[in-house]
Ligand binder design. Structure first.
Ligand SMILES: Cc1cc2nc3c(=O)[nH]c(=O)nc-3n(C[C@H](O)[C@H](O)[C@H](O)COP(=O)(O)O)c2cc1C
Length: 215
């Protein structure tokens, strides 16, 4: 109901907990080990205080900015996150439409549940594509070419994952890696059993290049 729309992130979080399976809620909401960093990241936002400058004319506010030369109405963009179909049957297509409707830039994750081409065709918008470096460099190269020919404007390279953090909730839930249709024919996702815990951890161990460095 219109009146009961969530008014802040915490309220969205409560709704998500009700709507999602435990495995998928924990995947989105969880962190590594004892989750000290996750808690501290949230606390860090609470430590930021805004000092208002009073008696300033704020009747016309312009928050617009640009990123790599692309103009946008505010400095808020959609960070790459994998597997949107765990939360919405339309997956990344729904996210792309939402981002486009407010002219926000979306970064599509390499581990999207929708194909690169499908997201590109769903609506007109500026989009970037996020990539990890795979052990098999040909996989990364193929994904870059597909993103380029689908009109994605930049590659966002994520380098924080030489190995996945020890996500204890995923291990306990025996997290099943959601579909990655963009990797079909490039990387086999068979044999990802969960006998040693999370499929996600095994997937990262098997496919991502932990030797990547500045050199
Ligand atoms: C459920 C989930 C999935 C994510 N998937 C990806 C991903 O596929 N690629 C990536 O580069 N970052 C991924 N991230 C990291 C986010 O892009 C972002 O850097 C991180 O959540 C920190 O931002 P925040 O403090 O606003 O959550 C993911 C984060 C979450 C919570």
């Amino acid at each position: 109901m219109e009146n009961n729309l969530p008014v802040n992130v915490r309220e969205y979080q409560e709704l998500a907990k009700k709507a999602l399976s435990k495995m998928h809620y924990d995947y989105i909401n969880g962190g590594a080990e004892d989750e000290h960093t996750l808690r501290d990241n949230i606390a860090a936002y609470g430590r930021i205080l805004l000092r208002p400058r009073v008696l300033v004319d704020v009747s016309n506010i312009d928050m617009s900015t640009s990123l790599l030369g692309y103009n946008m109405p505010s400095p808020i963009i959609v960070a790459p996150t994998g597997s949107h179909k765990v939360a919405n049957p339309e997956g990344e297509v729904a996210t792309a439409k939402a981002a486009a409707s407010c002219n926000s830039l979306m970064v599509l994750s390499f581990s999207s549940n929708c194909r690169i081409e499908e997201v590109a065709a769903s609506c007109d918008a500026i989009r970037f594509y996020q990539l990890y470096v795979f052990k098999k460099r040909a996989v990364s190269a193929t994904l870059v070419r597909r993103a380029e020919s689908s009109g994605f404007k930049a590659i966002v390279l994520t380098v924080d994952n030489p190995m996945l953090g020890r996500r204890e909730r995923d291990i306990r839930n025996k997290m099943v890696a959601p579909d990655k249709p963009n990797l079909e024919g490039l990387i086999s996702l068979e044999n990802l059993d969960t006998t040693d815990g999370s499929q996600l951890a095994k997937y990262v161990r098997d496919t991502m290049d932990p030797s990547l460095s500045w050199k």
